[in-house]
Design a protein around this ligand. Structure first.
Ligand SMILES: Nc1nc2c(c(=O)[nH]1)N[C@H]1C(S)=C(S)[C@@H](COP(=O)(O)O)O[C@H]1N2
Ligand SMILES: [Mo]
Length: 508
């Protein structure tokens, strides 16, 4: 028989490991993929507890602990958890499966707390699941070495306590590090919630006549949480808006430096712009359309006074990433913005909070710097953006593109009338026509939805007759200058893919 004090200690160690691993995983999730919810089981349980506390208990807690009520809550939670884990350890020492079942039950409660928080998805539960798995393994391993397995030497009491203490210490370190890593994320989130977007001079009104009409067709306006994300950041930069500044340097009459309050005080506009990535293959999904709120870059550059020999702005992100944008794209009257808002909300952290660049008509790699903190006015023969020395073109104007969203490539459909639908884009030029060809037949003009701006994509659809059998459907667009999208196929490197999106379907 193992003394109860030992199995109690083992229970506590397993609990500490559970928390440590889950907080580390929660930090990893929050800082890489990003989440709008609360992936920390500790915080979620605390928050659920606060929500479920009857008012009299809340009043009592505030009266007794004052502003230290949160600290009291966590100390209380720590005590209760330690007691529960000690009890679980003792029970598991008597009957092994009780430990696993107990940790699973605790994990299920914590997962329930996590998933019922606002904006939670199933991904947010993974840290809890990982923590519980680690806790179960540690509990089993330690109990096994405490009771001794047949055929294996039983470690001495000292050795056993060292292992238990070591596990508990590792768990607590994980807990501290994991929480610490989440603090920056939490404070960015709070700052973002508190940020009030400036009113736009001319708010964008999206006409119903531009919206998708076909089930499965891409939505005209992309919700923030469905917007593609591309960047080199392994962890999402956490930028404190209180200390954020933007410097305008280089070939200017006056170097400038502004903080967020300065920026927000400027006259903001709203503009709908479709962003596309140069890495998008023909028919790919690396494109999204949002309403951006921002200050036109041209006004900032006017204030700085661009020297006549400058031809590029090298924008720099807080993590050192850079983009080289032709000056004319920032000053020729299109809505190139220092954006603070995306679809009516402050920028999500993974899309550049607090400030990013958005330039219609250029691929993101030469224009759309997220977490931007410097604009260096310079020359193409003196500076280059991050991707240029890595094999990508110095300049990246968006190529006219079109995509079939419905039906899906490889779909099996009933023969007869088939609706084909999708999107097409040619930012800054607009889309004047979209045509579809079935099985190499004539190009048939698709019906176009309205185009409220030439900086956004345009939705289209067409119903074609498909007899039973295998079919090939292709699409091509014509831009606002009357130029038909090129048939010539090109890979994304070095300056964007081209070619007609082609899909195969079978009808019968
Ligand atoms: N700081 C920073 N900004 C960046 C990038 C990056 O790697 N780092 N990638 C760019 C690229 S290649 C694209 S396509 C767009 C994508 O913007 P999104 O992630 O908001 O869709 O961001 C651009 N801005
Ligand atoms: Mo990109």
């Amino acid at each position: 028989m193992t003394p109860r004090t030992v199995t109690a200690a083992i229970g506590i160690a397993a609990g500490a490991v559970t928390l440590g691993v889950s907080e580390l995983l929660a930090a990893a999730l929050a800082r890489t993929v990003g989440t709008a919810a609360t992936p920390s089981p500790l915080l979620a349980v605390g928050a659920a507890f606060v929500d479920l506390t009857p008012p009299w208990l809340k009043d009592w807690a505030i009266a007794t602990f004052g502003s230290a009520d949160k600290v009291a809550l966590f100390v209380g939670m720590g005590l209760v958890l330690s007691l529960l884990c000690a009890l679980l350890g003792v029970l598991a020492g008597l009957k092994r499966p009780v430990g696993t079942v107990g940790l699973l039950a605790g994990g299920a409660l914590a997962a329930a707390a996590v998933i019922t928080r606002a904006d939670a998805t199933w991904v947010d539960v993974l840290p809890t699941a990982g923590g519980v798995t680690a806790g179960i393994l540690v509990l089993r391993t330690l109990l096994e070495s405490a009771t001794g397995e047949p055929g294996r030497a039983r470690p001495g009491r000292r050795e056993l306590l060292a292992r238990t203490g070591g596990a508990a210490a590792l768990g607590l370190v994980g807990l501290a590090v994991g929480r610490g890593l989440q603090v920056a994320v939490d404070s960015t989130r709070r700052a973002r919630e508190e940020l009030e977007l400036p009113d736009a001079a001319e708010p964008v009104v999206v006409p119903a006549t531009a919206l998708a009409t076909v089930t499965g067709q891409t939505a005209f306006q992309t919700p923030n949480d469905a917007f593609y994300r591309i960047d080199t950041a392994l962890v999402v930069p956490q930028v404190d808006p209180a200390t954020w500044t933007l410097r305008v340097t280089g070939l200017v009459e006056n170097e400038l430096k502004l903080n967020l309050a300065d920026l927000l005080a400027e006259r903001h506009v709203e503009s709908m712009v479709t962003l596309t990535c140069v890495s998008n293959p023909v028919g790919g999904g690396l494109a999204g359309n949002a309403v951006w709120t921002g200050w036109p870059v041209r006004e900032l550059l006017e204030r700085a006074g661009v020297r006549p020999d400058a031809d590029m702005v090298l924008s720099r992100s807080i993590d050192g990433w850079t983009a080289g944008t032709p000056i004319e794209a920032l000053t020729d009257g299109r809505d190139a913005l220092l954006a603070v808002g995306m679809n009516g909300e402050p920028l999500p952290p993974e899309h550049g909070f607090p400030v990013r660049l958005v330039v219609p008509g250029l691929y993101g790699y030469v224009s759309a710097t997220k977490w931007v903190n410097e604009l260096k006015v310079t020359r193409f023969d003196a500076d280059e953006g991050y991707w240029t020395p890595r094999g990508w073109a110095e300049r990246g104007p968006v190529k006219t593109a079109s995509r079939i969203d419905v039906p899906r490539d490889g779909a099996r459909l009933p023969a007869g009338a088939t609706t084909v639908a999708g999107v097409a884009w040619a930012q800054t030029r607009g889309v004047d026509a979209v045509e579809v060809s079935a099985d190499g037949g004539p190009w048939l003009p698709a019906e176009l939805r309205d185009e409220p701006t030439i900086d956004a994509w345009r939705l289209w659809s067409l119903t074609v007759e498909l007899p039973p059998g295998d079919h090939q459907l292709r699409v091509r667009a014509t831009d606002g200058l009357g130029r038909v999208q090129t048939e010539r196929t090109a890979p994304p490197v070095p300056d964007g893919s081209s070619g007609w999106h082609t899909i195969s379907v079978t009808t019968g």
